[in-house]
Design a protein around this ligand. Structure first.
Ligand SMILES: [Zn+2]
Length: 354
C-alpha cells in the first residue's frame, strides 16, 4: 500500500510539472510537431510560373501525447537572386489532436514582404528552396519537398515608387496599381503603311506581356538625397524602399540583385515629362503641368517603358504623332484618346525579362 501511494504521489508530481504557477494547465507541453512534407503549387494546383500567387501546403504531424496549436512559418530562399535568403513568410496556425496529421496552407506572392525585415520581394522565375520552417519558434529542417521551381512567363514584375501627391495633380481617385494597369491595358493601335491594327488590351497585348505592379508610396524621387540625375536618385530610393543591400541594378533585364523584380518605375508629380535609363533598368515619369490630363500623363508612362523595351524616338523616321514621337498629336489620340504606335518602333521592342 505504501508503494502504491508513493507511486501515485510521484505520478502526480510528474503531471504537475506542466502546470504553471497559478495552477492552470499550460498548452502544448506535451504536443510535439513535426513537418514531414511541403508542396508548392499555383492557384490551379499546377507548378507555379513567374507572377503566380503560390500556395505552400505543409504536412504537419502532432507526435506528442496531447492536442496543441502549432504556428508555422516558412523561410524562403532563392538560388537565383541575391539577398534572398531565409525570407520569413507569414505564419499560419493549426490545432492538432495527439497523433493527428494535417495539412496547413499559406498563400503568398507574387509580391511579399519579409515578416521581420523591411524587405520586399517578387517571385521571379528560377529555383527556390526552404531553408527551414519555424514551428512554434524552433526550426524544422527535415522534410520532403525542400526545392521548387518557378518557370518563366510573360509577366513583368515592376516595383513602383511614387509620390502620392501625383494624383492630386492628375486628378485621379484610384490606386497607383489601378492607374498603371489602366495605362498599360488601354486600347492602342499600331500603324503600318496605311493600316491600323487594334489592340484592345493595350501595350501589354501588343507586346504579349503582362505587367504586375507592386506599388510603394515614397517621397518625391527628385528630392531624394543621392548623387546624379533623376534615374540615379530613383535607383537609390528604389533600393532603399525595397530593402536591397545597395542601389537598384541594371542594365535592362531581370538582374540578380533586385529581389526578383524586373524593372524599376518611379512616378513623380514634377513637370518634366519622363526619362528612361536602360543601363540602370529604370524609368522615371512625371507630368506636364500644361496638360495634366490622364491621357497625356499615361502616354508619358508607356513612352518611357517603351524606351526600356528597346524603342528609340520615331521622329528619326520623319514621322510624328506616334507614342515614341509626339503621340499626343495623332488624330486618334485627340478624338478618342487612343495611343498609336509606329510599326518601326514596335519592331525595336521586345520583352527583356525572364
Ligand atoms: Zn522619349
Amino acid at each position: 500500500m505504501k508503494t502504491i501511494t508513493t507511486l501515485f504521489i510521484f505520478c502526480l508530481f510528474l503531471s504537475c510539472s506542466s502546470k504553471s504557477d497559478d495552477g492552470t494547465q499550460t498548452e502544448n507541453t506535451s504536443a510535439r510537431f513535426d513537418l514531414t512534407a511541403v508542396k508548392v503549387t499555383n492557384a490551379s494546383g499546377d507548378a507555379p510560373v513567374k507572377g503566380d500567387e503560390i500556395t505552400i501546403t505543409m504536412t504537419v504531424k502532432n507526435t506528442g501525447s496531447s492536442s496543441g496549436t502549432v504556428a508555422i512559418s516558412p523561410k524562403l530562399s532563392s538560388s537565383r537572386f541575391g539577398d534572398y535568403h531565409n525570407v520569413a513568410l507569414d505564419a499560419v496556425e493549426g490545432t492538432l489532436q495527439a497523433g493527428e496529421t494535417t495539412q496547413l496552407t499559406l498563400t503568398v506572392g507574387p509580391f511579399f514582404k519579409d515578416a521581420i525585415k523591411e524587405k520586399h520581394y517578387a517571385l521571379g522565375s528560377g529555383e527556390y528552396f526552404f531553408e527551414a520552417f519555424e514551428l512554434n519558434g524552433a526550426d524544422d529542417k527535415e522534410f520532403e519537398g525542400r526545392i521548387f521551381q518557378v518557370a518563366t512567363s510573360n509577366r513583368v514584375l515592376v516595383p513602383v515608387i511614387y509620390d502620392p501627391t501625383y494624383f492630386s495633380k492628375v486628378n485621379y481617385n484610384g490606386s497607383m496599381k489601378t492607374y498603371l494597369e489602366q495605362a498599360f491595358t488601354r486600347k492602342i493601335e499600331l500603324y503600318n503603311e496605311g493600316n491600323y491594327t487594334e489592340f484592345e488590351g493595350g501595350l501589354d497585348e501588343m507586346m504579349d506581356i503582362e505587367h504586375l505592379f507592386y506599388t510603394i508610396p515614397t517621397g518625391n524621387v527628385s528630392a531624394y538625397d543621392a548623387e546624379g540625375g533623376l534615374c540615379e536618385k530613383a535607383i537609390a530610393l528604389g533600393g532603399d524602399a525595397l530593402g536591397l543591400t545597395k542601389d537598384w541594378e541594371g542594365p535592362v533585364g531581370t538582374q540578380g540583385n533586385n529581389h526578383g523584380f524586373d524593372y524599376l518605375m518611379a512616378i513623380t508629380p514634377d513637370s518634366f515629362g519622363g526619362v528612361a535609363c536602360g543601363w540602370i533598368d529604370v524609368q522615371v515619369t512625371g507630368v506636364f503641368d500644361f496638360d495634366l490630363s490622364i491621357d497625356r500623363s499615361q502616354i508619358l508612362i508607356i513612352h518611357e517603358t517603351s524606351h526600356l523595351l528597346g524603342s528609340p524616338h520615331c521622329d528619326q523616321y520623319d514621322v510624328e504623332g506616334y507614342v515614341m514621337c509626339g503621340g499626343e498629336k495623332h488624330r486618334k489620340y485627340i478624338d478618342h484618346g487612343i495611343f498609336v504606335y509606329y510599326q518601326r518602333s514596335r519592331d525595336m521592342m521586345s520583352n527583356k525579362f525572364d
